[in-house]
Design a protein. Structure first.
Length: 297
């Protein structure tokens, strides 16, 4: 029997989430219903599509091939539906997207223009919030549909992994620090940090506690420009994404990888409710077209 569109969507969701539980949450169906649909497709095709491993799943070679074809089919269906929608209503869709200033300057600046160029009938409204707590609240309140955010986030939300990004130490020129930098070298190091009590500062303090180090705050401020001037003026070092730091500092600072490498996942989050077609299209577009970030070697 020919697989249904629903079965194809479920299989693609499993491929994206790498788990039955996560896939079911992302497409808003019961886990048992999704499992039955994928198993029925395996029986009809006469091949095994998924290799179960503990709580997760991997695609078999046949499954990977079916997923590639399924994405093509689903993209074509969406494109045909777009033609009918535009012809019937001649109306534009609006997608509300929230993110942090750091991700707005970097990742959103890549993803949003590329998305609107491919989806000319969608207007994206991008709003920035300083903390992830505010992003989560806008999603739960329904004031925004999607958030581009560091992961993990509140368990009440569904998430879609986009990429891994390297976190590095940015220091004034002439800093006598090892490269790559062991985490123990952060102990006693003068640092430019967010102000106490903010979400970002709380996360960093939790990380320092976990590593057993106590950096010395030399400048506490939330303005990104002040972070840059704090480092270039020699006040202390800063923990930031490598690609963002390269744009902000150029050759005016030294950047060191941590050993072992410190990677932070970034993704898209949304409330556990049905998404608009524009939101689904943005997630798919981001998954396929997000720039790859590799740690420095």
């Amino acid at each position: 029997m020919t697989p249904t569109l629903a079965q194809l969507r479920y299989l693609v969701a499993v491929a994206d989430c790498r788990s039955i539980t996560g896939a079911a949450a992302s497409v808003f169906v019961a886990q048992s219903a999704l499992s039955r649909a994928v198993q029925a497709m395996e029986r009809d095709l006469g091949v095994e599509l998924l290799a179960r491993r503990g709580r997760g799943v991997d695609l078999t070679p046949e499954g990977a091939r079916v997923v590639r074809l399924a994405r093509t089919v689903l993209d074509a269906v969406e494109a045909i539906d777009d033609i009918g929608t535009a012809h019937g209503r001649n109306a534009r869709a609006t997608l509300t997207l929230v993110t942090t200033p750091t991700l707005a300057l970097d990742l959103a600046a890549d993803l949003v223009p590329a998305f609107t160029a491919r989806h000319t009938g969608v207007d994206v409204r991008l709003t920035q919030y300083d903390g992830r707590e505010a992003l989560v609240q806008t999603l739960l309140d329904g004031r925004a549909e999607l958030a581009l955010v560091d992961l993990p986030v509140d368990k009440e939300l569904s998430t879609h992994h986009i990429q891994e990004r390297e976190v590095v130490l940015v220091s004034p020129i002439g800093s006598r620090l090892p490269d790559p930098l062991p985490f123990r070298s952060l102990d006693g190091l003068p640092m430019v940090l967010p102000t106490p009590g903010t979400g970002r500062r709380t996360e960093m303090e939790a990380m320092f506690s976990c590593l057993g180090v106590r950096p010395v705050p030399s400048l506490e401020v939330d303005e990104r420009l002040a972070w840059v001037t704090g480092v270039t003026d020699g006040k202390g070092s800063l923990i930031w994404y490598r690609d963002v730091a390269l744009r902000a500092f150029g050759h005016r600072a030294e950047m060191r990888s941590f050993t072992p490498s410190l990677l932070r996942p970034v993704g898209i989050a949304h409330a556990r409710r049905p998404l608009s077609r524009a939101a689904r299209a943005f997630i798919a577009d981001a998954r396929h077209n997000a720039p790859i970030r590799e740690p420095a070697r």
